[in-house]
Design a protein around this ligand. Structure first.
Ligand SMILES: [Zn+2]
Length: 478
């Protein structure tokens, strides 16, 4: 693609004449790491937080979930969510608990999914605190949850689903928020904030051009400042194999040796994609017709939201049809049903959350299935540093779970085809599709090497200032 030429900008006398301070952007999360997305915009009489995510993965980042936030939650007027993944919305109940009392703006799909995800997260927090208390492996006495189900319900009550309309924020109403489809998970959006003369486009998480279930993302609108994710900022995805041969081979091998397959899958979106792929393999006869269990109440709830006609506008019609027709699935609802899957009697496939094995029912499946060489773990997406999924991907021989070291003898296979994140070229293409290039780009939501690599790529291709911000760094938008 041609290098962008920055067009001459018209003189803006209003900018010089403005009396108040310039709007400011502070990076409160996803700066230096992939999780904990949180950005604060201040100006024109408004304080808006874009995304309010939980830190996951490395202990040093997770510790920030427990510290007093750098911004008084009561001082924030409103939150805008790019999408419902936990690392973008999972801190909301803690923000509410800390005194935030404003609206949370999101698309209808994001609001529906966030309600499921926040409630599940609160249950996990409560269960872990209770498990730690009973097991005695916590340093804290008594171990407390980060937030409770009651906190999550308060956050859910603050959700304000918007359609295509522009939302006004702050008492002066001079700040507007617009959601632009991002094609990553249902409801996912880039978020354009216009605050006086400042305009900031947050990419959110960007999907791939050929998402098997969702309609493609929209072209990004113009903005002077861009905040772009870099999860795969240093990588190019391999071609997607429509026949899923690596997955089919792994499933066949496992069943032949009498083992079971456990698939840690992100409950939202990844479960849908993985189930469609497995259904294809069964239909084509590539794998034997073994029981397929969906063992995640959250994944089952999300599947219903994907099938809901209210969101049909976002889903590819043929995928919607197939999701509604998915048959032969067995659903594990109770904890007892879930535990029984660890001694199935016959080989089976268990799709269970969470996707990086940081929590949820997949943890007990791994604890029971990892010690036997006949079983297989299929990893289906990005595995952040410090998660059990990443440890498995890197070939550890033991994994610590609930205070015990569990030997890893099962086969571990990483599948690349299920990524729902744009790769480096696709991220650059997205910036290149803006009607005119931005003046500055801030690269976030990546491990340091990935963020630096994408920043270099942007510098090479576009004529704009590029930074990789540090945690709590503040920039002025004048
Ligand atoms: Zn995401």
């Amino acid at each position: 693609m041609d290098r962008h030429e920055r067009p001459a900008r018209p003189a803006t006398p209003a900018r010089a004449a403005r009396s108040g301070p310039a709007p400011a952007l502070t990076f409160l999360g996803a700066a230096g790491t992939v999780t904990g997305s949180k950005f604060l915009l201040e100006g024109e009489g408004a304080r808006l937080m874009v995304d309010c995510g939980l830190y996951q993965g490395e202990r040093r980042w997770r510790a920030l979930n427990w510290e007093a936030p750098p911004v008084d939650p009561a001082s924030v007027d409103a939150v805008a969510l790019s999408h419902a993944h936990l690392d973008h919305c999972g801190y909301l109940p803690a923000l509410v608990r800390g005194g935030f009392a404003g609206p949370v703006h999101a698309t209808a799909g994001t609001a529906a999914l966030a309600a499921v995800i926040l409630r599940d997260s609160a249950h996990l927090q409560e269960d872990e605190a209770e498990g730690a208390r009973r097991g005695g492996w916590s340093k804290h006495d008594p171990p407390l949850p980060l937030y409770t189900v009651a906190d999550a319900d308060e956050a859910i009550a603050a959700l304000r689903p918007v359609g295509d309309a522009v939302v006004r924020v702050g008492s002066a109403g001079a700040t507007t928020v617009t959601f632009v489809p991002a094609g990553h998970i249902l409801g996912s959006s880039s978020v354009l904030v216009e605050m006086g003369e400042a305009s900031v486009l947050f990419s959110g998480d960007l999907g791939r051009p050929d998402h098997p279930v969702l309609r493609p993302r929209a072209r990004p609108p113009a903005a002077r400042t861009v905040v772009v994710e870099s999860t795969y900022g240093d990588r190019t995805h391999p071609e997607v194999d429509p026949e899923h041969r690596v997955m089919a081979d792994a499933i066949r091998r496992t069943i032949r040796r009498g083992g079971s397959v456990v698939v840690p899958a992100f409950a939202v979106d990844r479960t849908e994609i993985v189930l469609l792929a497995i259904a294809d393999l069964v239909e084509s006869g590539s794998i034997p017709d073994v029981p397929i269990w969906v063992d995640s109440p959250m994944a089952l709830a999300a599947l219903e939201i994907y099938r809901d006609p209210a969101h049909a506008g976002e889903v590819r019609p043929e995928a919607l049809e197939r999701l509604r027709r998915l048959s032969g699935l067995r659903e594990a609802h109770s904890a007892e049903e879930s535990m029984r899957l660890n001694t199935p009697g016959t080989p089976c496939i268990i799709v269970s959350a969470s996707g990086m094995a940081t929590g949820g029912r997949v943890v007990h499946h791994l604890r029971h299935l990892l010690p036997q060489a006949r079983n297989t773990v299929l990893l289906t997406g990005y595995q952040a540093i410090g998660t059990r999924g990443r440890d498995l991907q890197e070939g550890v021989r033991e994994l610590k779970m609930s205070g015990h070291y569990v030997p890893v003898r099962a086969e571990v296979v990483t599948l690349d085809e299920f990524s729902v994140h744009a790769d480096a070229d696709e991220l650059l293409t997205w910036i290149g599709e803006m009607p005119q290039p931005p003046e500055s780009v801030h690269v976030v939501h990546g491990e340091p090497a990935a963020a630096r690599a994408l920043a270099d790529g942007i510098r090479d291709r576009f004529d704009c200032a590029v930074s990789v911000p540090r945690y709590c760094e503040r920039v002025l938008l004048d």
